[in-house]
Design a protein around this ligand. Structure first.
Ligand code: NAP
Length: 264
């Protein structure tokens, strides 16, 4: 493994780029700089043109990109057919997808108000999708592989307003561990890990009520007196995807200025 280009020769799938502020975009830049070839998704028509333009301008005109809506099995199947047309091997996959519908209690208000259908949709898109994507990518990981998902600390301790997304992240983290156990036993092992990022200003984050105030709290209370940058998340994701992390699986790695260790 070259220390300068630790992902040289590897092929990665990046999900979850919505714009240049997306965590997935920061990680894609780091993976690309580390030597990886990348394949992207966009989700639906709304952001399609913007994401395609951003990806092609940043990573090259010939970068493969295709629609993928993880709430649809058909879309997952179509996406992986597209992937298989562009590569016969995948080495890593980034899961940077989350969604909670606007409904009583989902991202503010009373947790006890969360409706059943909102719960089902959020858990399906934000957590079940890790299982569905892992199952779909596994046959392409012929030399083994690394799957990395993004999570948040509200899965562990109550962070006001995170409500439904906190539960979705708890499901995501536990799924990561069970997937790590399951897929790690293959002849060519697949590792599965989570990065628990501190707050980052992104489209998804803006949906959480009072999000901006969280930076103040991290600034005051975390050991490093700040949250994290896209570059730092990119560097951690590069480590996890590299052969340097060959024995690391089922972990939740905090990249959050150390906030996770603080009790008060
Ligand atoms: P973002 O830029 O808004 O990315 C979220 C992505 O999820 C978007 O590209 C969104 O696409 C996609 N998505 C939603 N529903 C989908 C579906 N059905 N199928 C496929 N894609 C879908 O926000 P982000 O903050 O970078 O989020 C990336 C990940 O990091 C998420 O898992 C988030 O929970 C996690 N995270 C974020 C923070 C933070 O503070 N920002 C902290 C810790 C963890 P559309 O926009 O087109 O719907």
């Amino acid at each position: 493994m070259s220390l300068e280009k630790p992902l040289e020769g590897k092929v990665g799938i990046v999900t979850g780029v919505a714009n240049h502020r997306s965590i997935a975009f920061g990680i894609a830049k780091a993976w690309h700089a580390a030597g990886a070839k990348l394949i992207f998704n966009y989700q639906g028509e709304r952001l399609k043109d913007g994401v395609i333009k951003l990806v092609k301008e940043t990573f090259g005109e010939d970068t493969p990109i295709c629609n993928l809506d993880v709430s649809s099995d058909e879309s997952i199947e179509d996406f992986f057919s597209f992937v298989a047309q562009h590569t016969d091997r995948v080495d890593m996959l980034l899961h940077a997808i989350a969604f909670a519908p606007k409904a009583p209690g989902t991202l503010d208000g009373h947790f006890s108000d969360i409706p059943r259908d909102a719960w089902n949709l959020s858990l399906q898109i934000s957590a079940y999708s890790l299982i569905a994507l892992s199952r779909a990518v596994a046959p392409l990981m012929t030399e083994g592989g690394s799957i990395t998902a993004l999570t948040y600390y509200a899965s562990q301790k109550v962070v006001p307003n995170y409500n439904l997304m906190a539960v979705s992240k708890a499901a995501l983290e536990t799924s990561c561990k069970y997937l790590a156990f399951d897929l790690g036993r293959r002849e060519k092992p697949i590792r599965v890990n989570c990065i628990s990022a501190g707050p980052v200003q992104t489209l998804a984050a803006r949906g959480v009520s009072g999000f901006t105030g969280m930076f103040k709290v991290y600034g005051e209370r975390s050991p490093l007196q700040r949250s994290c940058t896209l570059e730092e998340l990119g560097a951690t994701a590069t480590y996890l995807a590299s052969d340097g992390a060959a024995s690391v699986t089922g972990q939740v790695l905090y990249v959050d200025g150390g906030y996770e260790i603080v009790g008060m």
